[in-house]
Design a protein around this ligand. Structure first.
Ligand code: PLP
Length: 388
C-alpha cells in the first residue's frame, strides 16, 4: 500500500509498513527465513545481502513501527535491551545521561554495569520535576532518558516540557514508550528524538516473543543506528518479526480492553480499603493524571499498589489463582510481580527505598480477561493473606 501515512492509527495497525506480498498477493508478509541472498554478479544484489544487515520480513516490521510512531526510521532488535544497547552505543566515553528515577531494572543494569565501564555515565533524576531536570544538565550530559509512565511507580514525565528544556541545551531526548505503545502515546510528535520499545510487551502482546524497537526522525541518527544495528548484531529474527507484525494487528482492540480493565481495577483497589496506596495515572487523584491526559490517549494498564500492613504480601502472591506471578507485562493474561525482588532487584536496596520501591509494592499488568474475574481473584487473595 503506497499512502499508508494518510491512514488513521487503527488502519495503520493492519495496513502500515509493508502490507502483504507484492510477488504472490499473499495478504501476510512472508517469513523470509534466510541468512543470505543470491547475488546476480559481483556488486550486483537485489537489495538484500545478509540477514543481519537486512531481511524483508524484518524490514516490513521496521517500516510498520516507524509508521505507528509517526517517525521516519524504524529498527527491530532481538530484545528491548538489544535496542537500548544500540541506542546507548551512540554515546562516547565521557558522555553522561540523565535518567528517570524509576526506570526498567535492566536499563539501570546496563547503564550501571556495562556502559559505566566505558565511562558513559548516568545521573538519576526525578524527571517529573522539570526544575530538577534543568538543574542536572551540564556540558557532559548528552541526553535525557525517560520512561513515562515509569516502571514500577507509573510516574509521569511531561515529554514536551522535557524536550523543550533538553533541546534548549542541545541534548537528545530518549523515551522508552513500552508501557503505552504508539496506540496511546507518540513521543516523537511531542518533541522526543529517539523512541525505544520492548516489543516483548504490548506490541507482541501474547507473552511469546522477545523483541525491541527504536524509532527516530533524524536521518543522521538513523544512519548511525542502522550502522550500529549491523555492527553490534542484536537483530530480530525473521520468524519473530512475523510474530510481531501479527501481534500488532490487534494492538488497538487489545489496548482498549487493557485500559478499560485497568480503569475498573484501579478504582476498585483505591476504594477497597485493602491497600495503602495505588499508583495509576488514570486515577484523577494521581499526581501524573493531568500531564498524562495531555500527552497520551490513555493511562495504559500497569497498576502498582502497596498492600495495607494488615496483609502479608508474600502470602498474597501465593493465593492468587487466575493472575500469574511472573516477570514481564503487556500480555493478554494478567501478571503480577514483586518489583523489589524481581524486575527491580538489579537496583541497589538504598536507591530502591529512596525512590519508593518498597518491599510491600506489588505491580500488576492487567490483562484482557473479564474484569470481574480479576477483581474477584485479587479480593480472595488479599483476604486470604490477612495477618492473624
Ligand atoms: C521489558 C522492558 C525492557 C526490556 O525489554 P526486553 O525485551 O525484556 O529486553 C525495557 N524497558 C521496559 C519499560 C520494559 O518493560
Amino acid at each position: 500500500m503506497s499512502n499508508t501515512k494518510e491512514l488513521k492509527l487503527n488502519s495503520l495497525l493492519i495496513h502500515g509498513g509493508i502490507d502483504g506480498d507484492e510477488t504472490t498477493g499473499a495478504v501476510n508478509v512472508p517469513v523470509y527465513q534466510t541468512s543470505t541472498y543470491k547475488q546476480d554478479g559481483l556488486g550486483k544484489n537485489r537489495g538484500w545481502e545478509y540477514s543481519r544487515t537486512g531481511n524483508p520480513t524484518r524490514a516490513a516490521l521496521e517500516k510498520l513501527i516507524a509508521d505507528l510512531e509517526q517517525g521516519q526510521y524504524g529498527l527491530a532488535f532481538a530484545s528491548g535491551l538489544a535496542a537500548i544497547n544500540t541506542v546507548l552505543s551512540l554515546f562516547k566515553s565521557g558522555d553522561k545521561l540523565i535518567v528517570s528515577d524509576n526506570i526498567y531494572g535492566g536499563t539501570f543494569r546496563i547503564l550501571d554495569n556495562v556502559f559505566n565501564n566505558f565511562n558513559i555515565t548516568y545521573k538519576i533524576v526525578d524527571t517529573s520535576d522539570l526544575a530538577a531536570v534543568e538543574a542536572a544538565i551540564d556540558d557532559d550530559v548528552k541526553a535525557i532518558y525517560i520512561e513515562t509512565p515509569a516502571n514500577p511507580l507509573l510516574t509521569i514525565t511531561d515529554i514536551r516540557a522535557v524536550s523543550e528544556i533538553g533541546h534548549k541545551y542541545g541534548k537528545k531526548i530518549i523515551v522508552d514508550n513500552t508501557f503505552l505503545t504508539p496506540y496511546l502515546q507518540r513521543p516523537l510528535t511531542l518533541g522526543a528524538d529517539i523512541v525505544i520499545h520492548s516489543g516483548t510487551k504490548y506490541l507482541g502482546g501474547h507473552s511469546d516473543t522477545i523483541s525491541g524497537f527504536v524509532v527516530v526522525n533524524d536521518k543522521e541518527t538513523a544512519d548511525r543506528l542502522y550502522y550500529l544495528q549491523n555492527a553490534i548484531g542484536g537483530v530480530l529474527a525473521p520468524w519473530d518479526s512475523f510474530l510481531l507484525i501479527r501481534g500488532i494487528k490487534t494492538l488497538g482492540v487489545r489496548m482498549d480492553r487493557h485500559v478499560a480493565n485497568a480503569g475498573r481495577i484501579s478504582e476498585w483497589l483505591a476504594g477497597s480499603g485493602y491497600v495503602s496506596k495505588v499508583y495509576y495515572p488514570g486515577l484523577k487523584t494521581d499526581p501524573g493524571y493531568e500531564t498524562n491526559r495531555k500527552q497520551a490517549d490513555g493511562a495504559g494498564a500497569m497498576i502498582s499498589f502497596v498492600l495495607d500492613e494488615k496483609y502479608d504480601y508474600k502470602v498474597f502472591f501465593e493465593k492468587l489463582n487466575l493472575i500469574t506471578l511472573a516477570e514481564s507485562l503487556g500480555g493478554v493474561e494478567s501478571l503480577v510481580c514483586h518489583p523489589a525482588t524481581m524486575t527491580h532487584a538489579a537496583i541497589p536496596a538504598d536507591i530502591r527505598k529512596e525512590v519508593g520501591i518498597v518491599d510491600e509494592l506489588i505491580r500488576l499488568s492487567v490483562g484482557i480477561e473479564d474484569a470481574d474475574d480479576l477483581i474477584a481473584d485479587l479480593e480472595q487473595a488479599i483476604k486470604a493473606s490477612a495477618k492473624v
